[in-house]
Design a protein around this ligand. Structure first.
Ligand code: UD1
Ligand code: CA
Length: 458
């Protein structure tokens, strides 16, 4: 079985943060996660992650999902892979993919195609390469009639070699047994005094084995970030790539200002995404929706024909032909059914809002089960927390909740029942009834002039 080793030991000093570089985020997800995703997408899930700088942060992030090894000292890429030898020895029959945890744009397609070539040609090592107009800083690929003869680091390269544009992306396929064998022969005899992983090529060629390169069609496979500016560039590249993929799928953008879409987000054709909208996590949006301006949708699903305007929505489900906004927050655990309307300054939390129900303005619905065709007046509050525990409200179909009603949970409003405006409802209301829970009106005649006299005295 094939496996992979991801190098994630780097610090990234120029980021000026106390964090391993692979944990810096591109479109809201750590670069390491992008690399892991590319492996998983290519069907490789037997992974070993080499950690170094602030290793405990890598552990905390991975939370036991994958095996890790510690590279206690940073002595080069070859040394980093040496730390994974015990992992590699568990299964020496297949091939091993080596990747950099801070080069997020390696893709599953490149991984799969390079493995095919690697196996078909019987290579001991296949280097994944890329052609760059500005190859400065990268290892240059020295091709021969029948493969490659070496990779020369910038610092070790002659002026002629520096002109070569095909560079080492830092990703490789090795026959696992050959990798283990060749690591044992590395030395630090180079300008940086490091164990270069790339020197395995000499070792393998000397043993009469094949070394070759696979040129990726994806020009971004090599991209990484050395500083915050570089990280911003990675975000920009990813953002544009993803938007162009959605354009191809029939999603409409009139401009892309402030629009950020996570790599796993799915959007149906005919949907319009307006400026300032951020879609992230496992969000799925249906067809013919209008999302934006300025929506934040995280880990949520939205049906077809739904319009969201200045909405923030987290871990929730919104169905078809729903209209929400402006200035609405839908908090985790909410489910908003077909045709519902939710208007300005409304918060919905952990609640179901039934079909065609209207919550038009200035209302809080928390921990509640609301039926269909319910009408909420302005300023309704479900009083779901007594300072100790949370309780639920149930509001059945066709109920009419008057303006400024407080529903003190747990309480149930039966089918078709009315609550009088300004009531603080503390008792269950049967179907079709009206509840009035407020003080009787008291009229005090001639009050104002007396009051005015006192104020004038003062
Ligand atoms: C390496 C390659 C170079 C290639 C470039 C692509 C070598 C000798 N050179 O360059 O040919 O063009 O990658 O980016 O391999 N790392 C560790 N421990 C170490 C050293 C590095 O974990 O001791 C990790 C880094 O965190 C990073 C990856 O290995 O994820 C590459 O290291 P980096 O120093 O960026 O690569 P270079 O040596 O510059
Ligand atoms: Ca280096």
């Amino acid at each position: 079985m094939d496996n992979a080793v991801i190098l994630a030991g780097g610090q990234g000093k120029r980021m000026k943060a106390d964090m391993p570089k692979p944990l810096f985020k591109v479109l809201g997800e750590p670069m390491l996660e992008w690399v892991i995703g590319a492996c998983e997408g290519a069907g490789i899930s037997d992974l070993c992650i080499v950690k170094g700088y602030r290793a405990e942060m890598i552990d905390e992030y991975l939370d036991g999902r994958y095996e890790t090894v510690l590279q206690a000292e940073r002595l080069g890429t070859g040394h980093a892979v040496m730390q994974a030898v015990p992992f590699l020895k568990k299964n020496t029959d297949g091939n091993t993919l080596i990747l950099c945890g801070d080069a997020p744009f390696i893709d599953s397609e490149t991984i799969k195609k390079s493995l095919e070539q690697h196996k078909a040609n019987g290579n001991a090592v296949t280097v994944i390469t890329s052609e760059l107009d500005e190859p400065k800083g990268y290892g240059r690929i020295i091709r021969t009639a029948d493969g490659i003869s070496s990779i020369v680091e910038e610092k070790d390269a002659t002026p002629e070699q520096k002109k070569i544009k095909e560079i080492n992306s830092g990703a490789y396929w090795f026959r696992t047994a050959d990798l283990i064998e060749s690591l044992g022969h590395l030395t630090t005899d180079n300008s940086q005094g490091e164990y270069y992983l790339t020197d395995t090529i000499y070792v393998l060629l000397e043993q009469g084995k094949r070394a070759d390169a696979f040129r990726s069609e994806n020009p971004n496979v090599v991209l990484g970030a050395n500083d915050r500016k570089g990280l911003l560039m990675l975000n920009k590249t990813a953002r544009e790539d993803i938007i162009s993929r959605h354009l191809e799928n029939g999603v409409e953008f009139t401009c892309t200002d402030g629009i950020t879409i996570g790599r796993d987000v799915v959007i149906g054709a005919g949907t319009q995404i307006l400026s300032g909208t951020v879609l992230s996590g496992k969000t799925v949006i249906g067809s013919d929706c209008v999302i934006g301006p300025d929506c934040i949708i995280e880990n949520s699903s939205v049906g077809n024909g739904t319009k969201l305007n200045y909405v923030q929505c987290y871990d929730s489900k919104i169905e078809n032909n729903v209209k929400i906004g402006p200035f609405v927050q839908v908090r985790p655990g909410s489910h908003i059914l077909d045709g519902a309307k939710i208007g300005d300054f409304v918060e919905i939390k952990n609640s179901t809002i039934g079909e065609c129900t209207a919550v038009a303005h200035l209302t809080y619905v928390g921990d509640s089960d609301v039926g269909g065709c319910v009408n909420f007046g302005c300023g309704v509050v479900t009083v779901n927390y007594d300072g100790e525990k949370k309780s639920r409200c149930t509001i059945e179909d066709n109920a009419f909740i008057g303006c400024n009603t407080n529903l003190v949970a747990p309480v149930k409003i039966g089918k078709g029942a009315y609550t009088a405006a300004g009531s603080t409802v503390t008792k269950d209301v049967p179907a079709d009834a009206l509840v009035i829970e407020r003080g009787e009106a008291r009229i005090i005649e001639g009050y104002a002039p007396r009051k005015l006299k006192n104020r004038k005295k003062k």
